[in-house]
Design a protein around this ligand. Sequence first.
Ligand SMILES: [Zn+2]
Length: 284
Amino acid sequence: MIGVALPDVDVWSERVTVALGQNPGLFTGPGTNTYLVGTGRRRLLLDTGSGVAAYPDVLADALERAGCGGIEAIVLTHGHPDHLGGVAQVRERWGPLRASKLPNPDGDPDGFVFEPLADGAVVRTEGATLRAVYTPGHARDHLCFVLEEEHALFSGDNVLGVGTTVIPSQGGDLLDYMDSLERLLALAPRRIYPAHGPRIEDGVAKLREYIAHRLARERQIVGALAAGDAPIATIVKRVYTDVPEVLHAAAAHSVAAHLLKLEREGRARRQGAGAPLEATWSAS
Ligand SMILES: [Zn+2]
């Protein structure tokens, strides 16, 4: 995202070094952070970027800056291509490393070999203990990781250093996402290491801000529904009065995510069984 310039490699704590796994761009967001975690001779690599050609050299630089000799294993927050896409090139350069993630109930990439991780699983390396926290909503296979030694959180795409988490129509679910945010808030993390953007120093404040932002938007949409049954395009016009029309298509996806949440909660309903974007919605 424009305006956020992060160095390719940065040491963020005695046990956390960040390596940018994908360059920032207008359509790719602020780049994907990948993390070397631990204090030993070999570190865990959390996420791998999207597989851009420049990444292995960035990672080699990060290993040097972290003062370690290599990679012990790969751990993934989820299977989106900008997190999993670099696994092949990392294995090509550093050997057949073990990778682990939560299996996606919708399926994982063909031929991708990994070890399954579940909620509560603990991955240890010298100087760092990662505890997996099941956090669906942005993706069905999403795990965050508590870094026990720092009472910190690797938030994947659930909390970002800049911008807003997308709830994709494929695999996304806003009700699950809100539950995941509450679950993370209950952990009261100090620092958050996000998958995109700078580190967040006050994890609890950021989580509260995320929850408040979504609830404020929800109230607006409930208010728009109270003004009469309408398709999403009309609800967008009622809610996003200050947003230029070129952004209304993106806003429509966000409204759809909210309406599907309200529908699951019995607070909104669709007339007919059409796709969310085509249906007429009413309050219930
Ligand atoms: Zn993602």
